[in-house]
Design a protein around this ligand. Sequence first.
Ligand SMILES: [Zn+2]
Length: 378
Amino acid sequence: MRRVLALCLVASLCAACSVTVEQSSPGDRVQRDRPWGLTAARVNASDGLRVLVLHDMEGLAGQDDPRTFRFSHPEHYARGQEMLAADINAVIDGLFAGGATEVHVVDGHGSGNPEPDVRTDLLDPRAEQVFRDEAFDTYFDLPESAEYDAVAVVGMHAKTGSGGFASHTFTLGIEFQVHGQSITETELVALSWGRFDVPVIFASGDDRLAADLETMPWIESVIVKTATSASTAELRPTEEAHADLTAAAQRAVESLAEAQVMKIALPVEATIRTVPPAGLGALSGVPGIDYNGDADAVTFQADTLRDAYDGWVALVGVARTTYPRVLGEQISLLGLDAQLNPAYSDALFDRWVDFESGRWSPPEAPTGASPQRGHGYR
Ligand SMILES: [Zn+2]
């Protein structure tokens, strides 16, 4: 995951540009410098102060084992769930102490657990978990349909290439850039909520995340551990970290009026760059697609941040088609090539001739499964 970033150069090229910034009311566009402009948060607490806690699961206090955020490792994941609830509860405590009247919690991790990563029975009962009838996109669908005065992000990680504990962006091997600048998931959250003039006021995670977030100097940022690689960390005493989480969350609400809203510059020059195990080489040489082979990156222009995000998500689907190479390596390591390769070849052949002969249709979705409540997605 370690590599050298040359992004500052790219960013400096467009630093002098002046572009349109997305505003909450269509047509109301102002000129700002790239990649985003800042506006003061407009606080109206007359009807109470609603704060959204959006959590991830890699930047937790007391956590130095990646298995604790992976649902596929049940025993360790269960410990991770306890750490997650403890960090969130510490933050909730501070948010209420600072003046929040309502706190909602939404899952931004998506471990594969059909239930939210936060166990309801462990969560501070003053907070409410966000559920929907169907799956939704935590980063984009929620801001488009819910109202909050501020957002606090908890248990976050640094971006791809930062050398942080579990550092990545969106999923394995992916980097997102706006106007040539690589962003963290926290900045993506801030830009998404910025469309509705809502600031991110608090973030917790490792030291590399705090360094990444120098772009957001107004937020209260708590370092709960020091990354020593993408899979190892030096821990702070957990109680001390929790006390900091509470104190910083309180300060974040108390100083809400000084918070800044991030407004993306429009149109968005959006880039998706990949590192192993992802890859975009399949798009090399396609006319109309701006593929950079040196960076393994694709750049496109989008009229809105939402369009940029939808484009990234679609291209993540392409980038993930290289993941099965790792499966192939595992099959070889296990000595299963001789058995599986002919079977795979025959299955591909049969799929073709069966479809061509009208004998094959896609399997039906399983019935009888209880409809899952949406609690965020991925
Ligand atoms: Zn994440």
